[in-house]
Design a binder for this molecule. Sequence first.
Ligand SMILES: Nc1ncnc2c1ncn2[C@@H]1O[C@H](COP(=O)(O)OP(=O)(O)OP(=O)(O)O)[C@@H](O)[C@H]1O
Length: 648
Amino acid sequence: MSSVSVRQPTEADEQIREVLEASTKRGFVVIAGAGSGKTTSLVEALRHIGRTEGTALLGQRRQVACITYTNVAVEEIKDRLAANPLFHVSTIHSFLWKVVQPFQYMIREWLRSDIRRLIAERDETRGAKYVEALERLGDPDLRFNYQSGRNYKKGSLGHNDVLRMVPELMNQEKRLATIVAQRFPCVLVDESQDTDPRVVEALQAIEEQERGNFCVGFFGDPMQRIFPTGAGLIEADKSWAIIRKKENWRCPGRVLDVINKIRRMSPHDGDLTQVRGKREGEEEANTGDADLFVLSSEGDSDAWLDRVRDYLSVRQNDLLWSQGVEGENLKILVLEHRLAALRLGFTDVDRAFQQSGRGYAKQLKDEYIAGSHWSLRPFLDRLVPLVEAIEQKDGITALGMLRRLSPRLGSFRDGQATADLLPQLKDDGDHLAEILARDSTVTVADVLRHALGSGLIRLDPRLKAQLLKHEGFSFVEGLTVEEGEAAEDPGEQTEESREDERKVIQKAMTAYLACPAAQIRIYHDYVRGRLPYQTQHGVKGAEFERVLVLLEDDRSKWNQYSYEKLLGLEDLSASDIRNIRDEKDHTPERTRRLFYVSCSRATRSLAVVLFTDDPDGALQALREDVDCPFPAARVHGIDDLEGQPARA
Ligand SMILES: Nc1ncnc2c1ncn2[C@@H]1O[C@H](COP(=O)(O)OP(=O)(O)OP(=O)(O)O)[C@@H](O)[C@H]1O
C-alpha cells in the first residue's frame, strides 16, 4: 500500500473550493483518473463546506447530501467525516427515498399509474394481485415505505421502483425540485460514472431549474465505468465547471505510461492524462515495472504462468512474484470467476452455482460469488472454520465454536452431561476434519450427512427442505431447524419466479451435493480473499503491489470482452462496426475500460499475459504497433522465458 503522507490540496482541490465558495452556486464535474484520490477530494470538498457554511446551513435546517454507490462506501465516507449532522451521506436509493417520503400523495398517484400499467401488461390471472393493490391504494391510511423488494399491496416499494419513481416525479413536479434544492442546497455524487443515468438527469434538471441556488458536483472517471448501467461521462452544462484531477498517487512511472496510453485511445478519457503525484519528501522517481508477455493458448498455460512469475522474480529481484502470497502483495486478475475456478481447481462447485439465465440464476450466481448463499454458508461460516481450528490443534477455539454451533451442546445445561458429551463431539469433529481435509475424496453430501447426523451444526430450514429431496437425507426430517435463519419473505414473488427459483435450486443442489468436498476448501479460501486470484471487475477501487492481468479470450465465454480486438489482433465483427458507427458502446471499448481498471491497480509492478493461438504473429504485431500500451522492449515472447528454469 502507498504510504499516507500529509496531503496537500491539489490544483483540482483548489478549483473545487473556488466553485464552492462562489456566491452564485453552479454545477461541476470532477474527472479524476485511477489512483487520483477522488474520494479524498470529495471528502475535502464536504469538509470545506462544513467549515465555511456549516453553521449557517444547520441554522436553516439544511443539509449537504453526499451520494455514493455502495453501503460500504457510505460507511467509509461517514467515518472520514466524523459524526456531523450537516452531512447526509447515503446510497442513491436512500437519498431518493428521503427526498420523496414526505410526499405520500405524490407516491400514491405515481403508484396508481404504475399499477395500471402493470395490470395492462398482464392477463387476468397474473394481474389479479395488482388489481388488489390498486384497490388498497383507496385506503387513505396506507403509508408507503421503501423495502428491499416490492410489495405494492403492503405499500412497499423496492429498489428499482424508487429508482424509477423519484426521477420521474422530479421531472413532473417542479415543486419537488425546488424543495430538494431548499433542503439540500449542495449534492455531491461519488463514483458518478456508475450512477444511474436517470438520477444524473434528475439532478441536472434540478440544477437547471434552480440555477444559481443549487450546486451539484459529480466526482468520477468515465474511463472506469465497467458496469453496464452507469452514466459514464457526465454531460455538463456550459455554465458548469469541469475540473480534471491529474495526479495519480498509486502507480509507478512505467505503469502510469501504460495506463495513460490505454486511456488516450478512448473516447471516454475525459481529456485527462495523468501525472505522477509527488509526495512531499519523495526524492527519486519511482519507475516500477510494466511488462507484457505473449504466450500460446495451447498447452499448459499454468506452467507458462509459473515461468512468467519466475522470470519476473529474477528480473525484478523480487521473490514475492514467484511465491504464492496472500493479501495485497500479489493479485492475478482473470476475466471470469470460472477462470479462477479452473486454475484453482473448484470447477464443479463453480458449475453448480453458475447457471445461465437471469431471474434466480443471476441471484444464485451473485450470492455464490459473495459467499452468502444459504446452501454454502454452513461450510463457509461454520464447518471450514471449525476444521481449520481442529487442523491447527486449537482445541479451545474448536470447543468455543462447537458451543455456538452444535445443537447437542446447546441443549445441555448440566455441566457433567456436557463433560460426558465432549469426547464424542471431539471424535465427530476429528472425523469432520478428515472428510473435509484438502485431500478428501468424499462429496459435499457425505460431509453434510456427517455434520448434521452427528449434530455438529444446526440445520438451515431452506437446506432442510432441499436435502429431503435427496437420497440418504431422510434423517433430517427429525432435526430442528435454525432459528432466525428462516427464508426471507419472498415478497412480490410471482408464480413464474417461484417456479424459476425451484428449478434453478434443484439443479444447483443436485450438482452441489455431488461436488468433491475438497473443492469447498479451495472455494472457501477464494471467497475469503486468501488466494491471489480475483476477477478484473472485482478489484475496482483496490490496489496491490504486484498485479498480473490475464488476457485469455480463447478460454473466456464472455463475448462482451475481447482483448485481441482491443489490441488489434482480431478483426472487429459487423456488430462492433455498427456500434462504433452509431456511437454505441462496443466490445473493444468496453474491454479497454476494464483493461484500464485492471492495470491501474498496481502500486509497484504490473505484468500482463496474453494467451493467444498465434503467439509469434501477435508478438511481432504488438512490438511494431505504435499504439501498443507497452513499449516494444517490454513485450516478451516465449524465447524470453525459455532460459528460465521450470518450477520444481
Ligand atoms: N493527496 C494525496 N497525497 C498523497 N497520497 C494520496 C493523495 N490522495 C490519495 N493518495 C493515495 O493514493 C492512492 C489512491 O487513492 P484512492 O484509492 O483514494 O484513489 P481513487 O481515486 O479512489 O482510485 P481508483 O479510482 O483507481 O480506485 C491511495 O494509496 C491513497 O492513499
